[in-house]
Write a new protein. Structure first.
Length: 312
């Protein structure tokens, strides 16, 4: 197609290889002088393939006056300023649905690991402690517990099905009540108060920054757990760390952090938190499906056809 596009970061290798065959690709993340790099491409680049956390804002868009499309790899678009894109008539796409089941699997794994302390019991066995000290201490059952889902969208619904299969009860909070079979709570504090486990599934961005704060964690209480597969910014991370240290909540399962891949090292000293390196959708099958959708959106746009998953 010969359209010129930019990669914002190093992403899924198969996806990037395909795009490099079909488009003229420029790698912003490799540029030592990004301003000079963009200046040299100002009249050429028509698309951005967004990978990772590099901000795609009005400044970047204005540096590329021919920009028509920002195709994001991932369902979350909090690194893209949608208002800036809309004001400039730039199409933004993402890759929803194809990762729902995989992320929901990870969410269930976080719940299982946080309550049953499975990583800790694995480490106990590997260290020879089973033979030396006896059985691992008793953990906490999922059955009969209430899972509060903060953000009952497509992924949240998939998590609910898995949790129900484990004998859990479901509640939820969204900005707007939806036609769902589960009890609705009017705000995150009310949801946390009624939950044994609070699962965070909301989008990231300014609107949800520190949505899970001290008030929410107080409502969850010393026997409650919080799990996050959304964005690190949704939880007030220093407050969460302090509540875990002081045992003001029972535990946490985290797949996302505020300043990835840098995780506050204080978390590493705690045995009441399970830490995943943002692996929510990280399977070969799911990442390929996400890449295929990103590629399809780019192909469709530059063929003059409507994209499949338009955000703005």
């Amino acid at each position: 197609m010969n359209a010129e596009i930019i990669f914002t970061g190093k992403g899924h290798a198969g996806t990037q290889a395909t795009l490099e065959k079909e488009f003229t690709v420029h790698k912003l993340y490799e540029a030592a002088d990004k301003d000079a790099f963009l200046k040299g491409l100002a009249g050429k680049v028509r698309g951005i393939a967004s990978f990772g956390h590099l901000k795609v804002d009005g400044k970047l868009m204005d540096a590329l006056p021919k920009l028509e499309l920002i195709a994001n790899f991932g369902v979350g678009v909090d690194q893209i300023n949608l208002d800036d894109a809309k004001a400039r008539n730039i199409v933004v796409t993402n890759t929803p649905d194809v990762l729902n089941e995989c992320v929901a699997d990870t969410a269930l794994a976080l719940i299982l690991c946080a309550l049953r302390k499975l990583p800790q019991s694995d480490a106990y066995t590997r260290a020879g402690q089973w033979a030396a000290k006896g059985p691992y201490p008793l953990a906490t059952s999922l059955g009969g517990k209430t899972l509060g889902i903060l953000g009952l969208g497509r992924i949240g619904e998939a998590i609910a099905k898995r949790a129900i299969a484990c004998g859990m009860k479901i509640r939820y909070h969204n900005r707007r009540k939806k036609d769902a079979a589960y009890p609705y709570d009017a705000d995150p504090v009310a949801l946390a108060r009624e939950s044994d486990v609070l699962m965070v599934v909301t989008p990231g961005g300014a609107e949800t920054k520190n949505l899970v704060n001290a008030k929410v964690l107080d409502a969850l209480g010393p026997e409650g757990y919080v799990c996050n597969i959304a964005r690190g910014s949704v939880i007030d991370e220093p407050v969460l760390l302090r509540y875990l240290q002081e045992k003001k909540i029972a535990g946490a399962g985290l797949d996302v952090f505020v300043d990835e891949p840098r995780v506050p090292p204080e978390f590493f000293k705690l045995d009441n938190v399970v830490l995943f390196p943002h692996v929510g959708s990280a399977t070969a099958e799911t990442r390929k499906a996400m890449g295929d959708l990103q590629i399809e959106n780019l192909r469709l746009h530059f063929a003059g056809k409507p994209v499949r998953t338009r955000v703005v």
